[in-house]
Design a protein around this ligand. Structure first.
Ligand SMILES: *[C@@H]1O[C@H](CO)[C@@H](O)[C@H](O)[C@H]1NC(C)=O
Ligand SMILES: *[C@@H]1O[C@H](CO)[C@@H](O)[C@H](O)[C@H]1NC(C)=O
Ligand SMILES: *[C@@H]1O[C@H](CO)[C@@H](O)[C@H](O)[C@H]1NC(C)=O
Ligand SMILES: *[C@@H]1O[C@H](CO)[C@@H](O)[C@H](O)[C@H]1NC(C)=O
Ligand SMILES: *[C@@H]1O[C@H](CO)[C@@H](O)[C@H](O)[C@H]1NC(C)=O
Ligand SMILES: *[C@@H]1O[C@H](CO)[C@@H](O)[C@H](O)[C@H]1NC(C)=O
Ligand SMILES: *[C@@H]1O[C@H](CO)[C@@H](O)[C@H](O)[C@H]1NC(C)=O
Ligand SMILES: *[C@@H]1O[C@H](CO)[C@@H](O)[C@H](O)[C@H]1NC(C)=O
Length: 436
């Protein structure tokens, strides 16, 4: 058994250190760079950033796109986004009386905020750098901006593709640009198409290992057939009392001094409620009721972080009975079946204006829903922890689960080893499948 457990933890740690998520094997963010128009002294570029990730979104403070110019290019003008620094444009003093928007060799570009002046907008811009995941809202998974590029010699002969792209987001890294067939733009309701002079794609991918290997959420379990509430494992995210860890005692609200200053361009580190698990997010799975043909689960997500409202949150759940999910009461749901017929994984997220915002703890720091599942004959059982999820992630970060040995048991079931085996076999087969 110890051997299997070791193997299991080895495999899970391996799988999370890879950039690769078996539930979303093609996940990437693609930057498309279209050269549109060239004159003697400048050229126009449109850049779009597409979030091709099923369940990972880009939250505030949003993307910060960076690259390195090949020669002495400068950005004369920009719509839909802006450079964070103008840089040293002193070479241009005395020119036409106007300085470029940005003269940096390594510019950093940020999206404009919603409500930016109309004459500075382009289509798909101005979302404050936030990109929705593909499943939640495909229409908001794209950002775009336009710019006019010149150079000091004011004589552009080549159009150079820059290099060294970055998204300014923890965990992401970008590859080299590659030349792709030119983008076509539709006009006149699709009756005429124009095309870019040249198009390049840059693919960026995420790795939890590069981001931060520390978990950000944990799972607790309970059931109607056993009084035990199985809590999140000890030290799931951090250990209380370690030097340098701060937390807020339950029932207290942090004073303004304790709260880290809010920042427009940087993510604020979490300040969590003191607990034995120290996670900013806890997901509780309660097996609530059993009917003749159906059974009911209540899912509660609690925000224990005092410095963040989680907007557009999502939960990815793996459970073999999700293939017979009959009703979801107050979340949205979409199944994720990456391997043909195996639809044991699905994504839950909030309903707009109702519970799509998971507010800071205190007054209303949780969202909940119930789901109804059909008991598939031959599969369904309350024995051996089958009714509990195999895997849960919150905002695409995998949550720490209690050990299968601790799961609430049916009062009459005996024997430890039998409670362990089925979820483990399931995990092992899943991961070996993923590694083939
Ligand atoms: C990026 O994701 C899109 C959409 O899933 C996919 O078509 C494309 O092949 C991916 N790109 C790479 C380089 O994997
Ligand atoms: C700005 O660039 C010019 C040359 O282009 C250089 O002479 C000057 O020292 C630079 N200024 C600063 C503050 O770096
Ligand atoms: C621009 O560069 C080309 C080739 O390098 C040269 O033939 C042309 O005279 C230059 N034009 C100006 C205005 O400097
Ligand atoms: C690549 O970009 C980083 C900033 O994102 C910069 O520090 C580094 O110097 C760049 N590399 C090259 C070769 O210019
Ligand atoms: C380049 O990126 C666009 C998305 O912005 C995608 O539609 C296209 O398929 C990509 N091209 C290649 C060759 O991957
Ligand atoms: C969270 O949202 C509430 C209500 O919209 C707001 O009052 C509060 O300031 C927000 N807190 C943070 C940390 O953003
Ligand atoms: C799962 O797949 C089965 C067969 O492939 C299908 O009948 C069922 O409706 C699917 N369930 C969900 C929730 O998509
Ligand atoms: C409830 O589950 C716990 C944990 O598996 C177990 O120790 C306990 O004996 C169970 N209670 C009953 C009444 O069977």
């Amino acid at each position: 058994m110890i051997l299997i457990l070791t193997l299991f933890s080895l495999i899970t740690s391996l799988s999370s250190s890879y950039g690769y998520d078996p539930l979303d094997p093609h996940a990437n963010i693609t930057i498309t760079w279209d050269f549109i128009l060239k004159t003697d002294s400048s050229y126009d570029i449109t850049v779009s950033i597409h979030n091709f990730q099923l369940f990972r979104h880009i939250e505030k403070p949003g993307w910060k796109l960076g690259w390195t110019w090949k020669e002495d290019e400068v950005i004369w003008n920009m719509w839909g986004a802006e450079a964070t620094e103008q840089g040293n444009c002193s070479k241009f003093i005395g020119g036409g009386g106007k300085l470029p928007h940005c003269c940096e060799k390594n510019p950093t570009i940020v999206d404009l905020m919603p409500g930016a002046p109309y004459n500075m907008q382009v289509s798909n811009c101005c979302k404050g750098g936030v990109l929705t995941s593909m499943v939640q809202d495909y229409s908001k998974s794209l950002s775009a901006f336009r710019m006019v590029i010149g150079s000091f010699s004011n004589n552009i002969t080549n159009i150079n593709m820059p290099f060294n792209f970055s998204l300014g987001l923890p965990g992401y890294s970008c590859g080299d640009p590659f030349h792709v067939p030119p983008t076509k733009f539709s006009h006149d309701g699709g009756r005429r198409f124009t095309q870019a002079l040249e198009t390049w794609n840059v693919t960026c991918s995420y790795s939890q290992f590069r981001s931060s290997p520390a978990p950000k959420c944990c799972v607790s379990l309970s059931s109607f057939y056993n009084d035990t509430i199985v809590p999140c494992p000890q030290c799931s995210c951090n250990c209380q009392g370690l030097p340098g860890t701060k937390c807020v005692k339950p029932g207290e609200t942090p004073s303004l001094l304790e709260l880290p200053p809010t920042h427009v361009t940087q993510e604020v580190p979490p300040l969590v409620m003191c607990s034995h698990h120290m996670c900013p997010i806890r997901v509780h799975w309660h097996v609530k009721q059993s009917y003749r043909q159906y059974w009911r689960v209540k899912i509660t997500i609690t925000n224990l972080n005092f410095v963040k409202n989680y907007s557009q949150w999502n939960l990815v759940v793996q459970h073999p009975n999700l293939q017979s999910l009959t009703q979801v009461f107050s979340f949205s749901y979409h199944d994720l079946h990456q391997y043909g017929n195996i639809n044991d994984t699905g994504m839950f997220w909030g309903i707009q204006y109702y519970n799509d915002m998971l507010l800071v703890s205190g007054s209303s720091g949780n969202v909940q829903s119930e789901i109804l599942l059909r008991k598939d004959p031959g599969h369904f059982t309350f024995r051996e922890g089958w009714a509990f999820p195999r895997r849960i992630s919150f905002n695409a970060d995998e949550c720490v689960m209690p050990l299968p040995d601790d799961y609430p048991r049916l009062p009459n079931s005996r024997g430890h080893s039998s409670t362990l085996t089925p979820p483990l076999i399931f995990f092992l087969s899943l991961f070996s499948f993923a590694f083939l």
